[in-house]
Structure formats: C-alpha cells, structure tokens
Design a protein around this ligand. Structure first.
Ligand SMILES: NC(=O)c1ccc[n+]([C@@H]2O[C@H](COP(=O)([O-])OP(=O)(O)OC[C@H]3O[C@@H](n4cnc5c(N)ncnc54)[C@H](O)[C@@H]3O)[C@@H](O)[C@H]2O)c1
Length: 243
C-alpha cells in the first residue's frame, strides 16, 4: 500500500519542491492551496486556510473532500507548509493583518491537523514548516515571527497530546532560494551576496534541500517527536556584530 501525504501551500516555492520530492519517493500526493497548482499531484483540493481557521463547517466540508481524495486509503503524513508573510512595523501593523497571519500560519495548521487525525494512519506524522524567525527576527516581521514561534510551540504541545499515535515535527529553514525570494533581489546582486555571507555556509538553502530533509524526517526520524530541526546554514549560530 502506498503512503499518502497532504501538502498545504503546494503551489508555492517550497510546496512545489515538496510535491516533486514525495512523488519521486512513491507517495500519493494530495495538495491544497488557494492558488492554482501545476505540480504532478494525484489530487488537488482548493482550501482557503484563513477560512478554515474560523469556520468549522468549512473544515467539515474539507474533511469530506479529503476522504474522497484518499480513495479508501489512510493518510500517512500532513505537511503544514502554507503561510503568509504580511510585513509592517509596530505603529502601523493592521489588527486584521496580524489576525490573518495568526489564522493562516498557526490556527489553520492546528485545525487541519485535527481534521487529518480522522484520516491519519496509526504511527502517522505531522510536519510543520517553521522558520528561523521563531527565534531570531528583524524589524517589520512582528506577525510572522510571532506566528512561527507559536507554531514551534504547537509542535511540542501536539506531540505530547498525540503520543505514539502520531509524531509531530517542525522543520525550520532560514532563507530559501525560491523564485519569489530571488525576484526580490533582482538587480541587487550586492545585497544578495551580503545575505549569503551572513550564513556561515555562505549560501542560502535550495527548495530541494528542504524537501529532502522533510522526507528524511518523515521516513527515518522515527524516535523524534515534538522537536524542531533547523536547516539554517548556521545563521542562527553567529552574531552579526561588525568585525
Ligand atoms: N522561502 C523562504 O525563504 C522560507 C524561509 C523559512 C521558512 N519558510 C516557510 O516555508 C513555507 C513555504 O514558504 P514559500 O517560500 O514556499 O512561500 P510561498 O509564498 O511561495 O508559498 C506559500 C503558499 O501558501 C499559499 N497560501 C497563502 N495563504 C493561503 C491561504 N489563506 N489558504 C491556502 N493557501 C494559502 C500560497 O498561495 C502559496 O502557494 C512557509 O511556511 C514559510 O513560512 C520559507
């Protein structure tokens, strides 16, 4: 029987890499997003996580769609990958944007994990995609950094609550070379080189490296639950004092 994985945010930079990595590993891959997804999915479910976070009926309807997409099989793995990053400094952060960030990045992963428990096989796994912003952030990232810190906490709390029934892990990357990140540095090669140089490995992660590590956590790290694994090129280990 093949394994099944549900990947949220499957249309995004890291989401697409996760889809192709798990497909290559022989998984039945079910993706969700609000955007269209061109990856090689076995099934695609449109789901607005902002709505899923506040509307229980919408969650029940999603659960029914997921049951159909699983075609009689159980789910082995949920990857909570989708997130929003709405930037703004404290004086002008809109309450609605702060709440939306918490809804999509924290409440939705909680709710979708709750829904998936109805479908997840014994000894299943939930993998949350966190961020280095959970522990070290920069100005303008208050909502995003808070949501990721809480997601790392949710990982621990769900792991304790699920016990042996389902492992819960978190993979926290530093900056990843997605198309969107690279577009932000177009015409600014010096700024990009500066960002790279802040990492002791002097480069950013590739989306495929995040996906390979996710597969390893899902399929080999069987004694790990509640833990957050940083894939950060060493950026969290160094001070950025001037030399
Ligand atoms: N790219 C990086 O440098 C980086 C670094 C650390 C952590 N991360 C984390 O990795 C994950 C993926 O990031 P990415 O760079 O691929 O981002 P991305 O913006 O390319 O993809 C995010 C996806 O989430 C979807 N999404 C957003 N709001 C949604 C909603 N309301 N309902 C359903 N789907 C929604 C988007 O449509 C998009 O396809 C995120 O959790 C992010 O916080 C990314």
């Amino acid at each position: 029987m093949s394994n099944s994985v549900l990947i949220t945010g499957c249309a995004g930079g890291i989401g697409r890499a996760l889809v192709s990595q798990f497909k290559e590993a022989g998984y039945r891959v079910i993706g969700t997003d609000v955007a269209e997804c061109d990856g090689a999915l076995d099934a695609f479910l449109t789901c607005d996580l902002a709505r899923l976070a506040i509307d229980e009926g919408y969650g029940r309807a999603f659960s029914a769609q997921l049951r159909d997409a699983l075609v009689g099989k159980q789910l082995s793995l949920l990857i909570n990958n989708a997130a929003v990053q709405i930037l703004g400094h404290m004086p002008e952060v809109r309450l609605a944007d702060f709440r939306r960030t918490i809804d999509v990045n924290l409440v939705a992963p909680f709710r979708i994990a709750q829904i998936c428990l109805e479908h997840i096989a014994d000894k299943g796994c939930v993998l949350n995609i966190g961020s280095v912003h959970a522990v070290a952030t920069k100005p303008g990232f208050v909502g995003y950094a808070t949501s990721k810190a809480a997601l790392h906490g949710l990982t621990r709390a769900m792991a304790v609550d699920f016990g042996p029934r389902c492992r819960v892990l978190c993979l926290a990357p530093a900056a990843v070379r997605t198309d969107m990140l690279m577009a932000g540095f177009e015409g600014k090669p010096d700024k990009f080189a500066e960002l790279e140089s802040m990492h002791p490995l002097n480069r950013l992660a590739e989306p495929s490296e995040i996906a390979r590590f996710a597969l390893m956590l899902a399929t080999e790290a069987y004694f790990a639950t509640g833990s957050t694994f940083y894939l950060d090129g060493g950026v969290l280990s160094r001070l950025h004092d001037p030399e």
